[in-house]
Write a protein that binds this ligand. Structure first.
Ligand SMILES: Nc1ncnc2c1ncn2[C@@H]1O[C@H](COP(=O)(O)OP(=O)(O)OP(=O)(O)O)[C@@H](O)[C@H]1O
Ligand SMILES: [Mg+2]
Length: 572
């Protein structure tokens, strides 16, 4: 086959290809427009969306505005007012510098309308673009600043449109994007609307605390410890969360470099490192890290969305971050009364076996003291089991006619709770009213999520109603026992559910949800159990339909038979 001829692509195609890199979804267009408003010196930014930003995005600011000539230029590729040449790439102080965001948005949207006026001009300018072409431009009266409306993003890029998620899911991305920018730009007031719903609002202030309060509750915010560190050419400022306020994912670690939200594996890892021995493994701290560094030491031009950066002196900065946060944590721990100290995981080395000789007994397990939390009807055939003790506060050692049994206490509790929840769910009795209703405060993204989870939450036993602003009343929860009563615990379960379905509950089966609930309400690994608790646990475990594996498929009981023991000791 002859090689096809090489040809240059036309400008429109080039723009669409470039747009694919910068504008992934409505939230990316919002990020670009808001960045332009910030660069324009705005003190107030209003963002309106419809259909999760798919049908309309409108960003209005009170920034410097544009002259009529500049406005026409703004939508051309590589047109920027922020740098004049390659030499400036080493000293970028604005968020934008490529001069391609507006051109990219224009190439993938059905239409764009702009109203803009500089402060000194007496009239403003209106511009309308369709398919990257200016179709109307005229003088008009409008307030100082700029307002840009983008209609039907991706209307001519079906491949991209198909990959967009549902309305609520895109809204969550938008809320996250706006939240992230509002924290570091605390001197600017932000407002985000979807229809008549206010999804996020922050007012101008002198520190990021005001914004953080919109995201975290007051207690979490009060637990945050400010920290700072300094090198010759950089400065770190931040707030590190209390070790008690952890999350299952690092999505509440906000990292900024020169005012730009970035993903930095190194800095995230450095922050987590400070918490390594004070929070359970698998949990993530919360925190804000802001690095200010001379522009020459950071390359922001390595990724189209500028999300990734290259940082010189990264190791030095990371090490300083870890030690600054460790220091803040130590000071806090010293100031705290002992009983409030976070529980650390027991060291993994050296098995300590607790043998409670005095309490040893043979069980017909059904005769044991009733468990307070888990009640499962007892199966008729209960094996004879003698509990020997607990190892590493993780495993129960027992003896039965099968040999030596090692039982994972957390996995066992999970299995028991899972079967119980399943039974209650099918009998429609899963909901459990709280003795005292609790009040929780949801972050803006969670307020969107709770809407889309409404039906499922109700089905699995939650009774939650909005109480104005970010406050919600919780009257009932899934019957998980005493464990889920505090606002923190309720919030933690909700958060876990939200991340489980990632965005929406539709594709998450009920079984998965019940598994997660079972896990949430179960006794944790690393807790010392009394003989009575161990007895109750085993009795309930043997009453389960599938006592041998936890709901996630991991083993609950490992048996070492008599034959195996003999072989181990070379008796055979
Ligand atoms: N809200 C605004 N207020 C004032 N001027 C604006 C605004 N939005 C855009 N502009 C002007 O339009 C130009 C082009 O914007 P665009 O976002 O396409 O490029 P950029 O911000 O320079 O670079 P980047 O592509 O990296 O964002 C800007 O350089 C700026 O001069
Ligand atoms: Mg820009």
């Amino acid at each position: 086959m002859p090689m096809p001829k090489i040809r240059l692509l036309d400008a429109d195609t080039i723009n669409k290809i470039a747009a694919g890199e910068v504008i992934e979804r409505p939230a990316s267009a919002i990020k670009e427009l808001v960045e332009n408003s910030i660069d324009a010196g705005a003190t107030k930014i209003l963002i309106e969306v419809a259909e999760g930003g798919k049908s309309l995005i409108k960003v209005t600011d009170d920034g410097c505005g544009m002259e009529p000539e500049d406005l026409s230029m703004a939508f051309q590729k590589h047109a920027t007012s922020k740098i004049t040449g390659a030499k400036d790439l080493d000293r970028i102080e604005t968020l934008g510098f490529r001069g391609e965001a507006l051109a990219s948005i224009a190439s993938v949207a059905r239409s764009i309308e702009v109203y803009t006026k500089t402060r000194s001009a007496s009239t403003g300018t209106y511009l309308r673009m369709e398919n990257s072409r200016i179709v109307e431009k005229k003088e008009t009266g409008c307030p100082a600043g700029t307002s840009i409306s983008v209609r039907e993003l991706f209307y001519n890029v079906p491949a991209r449109r198909k990959h967009l998620k549902g309305r609520e899911a895109e809204l969550v991305h938008i809320v996250d994007t706006v939240t992230e920018m509002a924290i570091i730009n605390y001197g600017i007031s932000f407002e985000l609307f979807s229809g008549r719903r206010t999804l996020f609002r922050s007012s101008r202030s002198g520190s990021w605390d005001e914004v953080l309060l919109r995201i975290f509750d007051l207690k979490t915010l009060k637990g945050m410890m400010p920290f700072h560190a300094e090198g010759l050419k950089w400065r770190l400022l931040g707030a590190a969360g209390d070790p008690m306020s952890t999350r299952s994912s690092p999505d509440r670690i906000f990292i900024y470099v020169n005012g730009r939200p970035v993903s930095s594996r190194a800095l995230t890892a450095a922050l987590r490192e400070a918490y390594r021995s004070v929070i359970p493994s698998g949990r993530s701290p919360i925190g804000v890290v802001s690095l200010e560094i001379v522009p020459g030491l950071v390359d922001v031009n390595v990724h189209p969305t500028k999300r990734e950066i290259r940082l010189l002196q990264e190791e030095e900065i990371s090490a300083s971050l870890t030690s600054a946060v460790s220091e803040a944590l130590r000071e806090k721990a010293e100031a705290k009364p002992l009983k409030e100290m976070p529980r650390t995981e027991p060291p993994a080395t050296q098995a300590s076996v607790i043998v409670q000789k005095s309490e040893q007994k043979m069980l017909p397990l059904d005769g044991a003291a009733a468990s307070e939390e888990v009640e499962v009807s007892v199966a008729s055939e209960v094996p004879q089991v003698k509990i020997l003790g607990q190892v590493q506060r993780l495993y129960i050692l027992a003896e039965s006619d099968q040999g030596l049994l090692i039982i994972d206490q957390h996995a066992a509790a999970e299995r028991i709770r899972f079967e119980r929840l399943k039974a209650l769910y099918s009998q429609k009795k899963i909901s459990q009213e709280l003795a005292e209703p609790v009040t929780i405060e949801l972050a803006p993204n969670e307020q969107v999520l709770i809407e889309s989870w409404k039906d499922v939450l109700q089905e699995i036993g939650f009774e939650i109603s909005p109480f104005g602003g970010k406050t919600y009343h919780v009257r009932a929860v899934p019957a998980l026992g005493r464990k889920v009563e505090s606002p923190e615990a309720v919030h933690d379960v909700l958060r876990a559910l939200f991340t489980l379905g990632k965005i929406g509950p539709d594709d998450t089966s009920k079984e998965e949800i019940l598994k997660l609930l079972a896990c949430k309400g179960s006794i944790k690994s690393g807790r010392e159990l009394s003989m009575q608790e161990m007895t109750a646990l085993l009795r309930d475990l043997y009453a389960c339909n599938s006592p041998l594996t936890c709901p996630h498929g991991r083993p609950v009981i490992v048996a070492i038979t008599q034959g195996e023991l003999e072989r181990l000791f070379l008796r055979r």
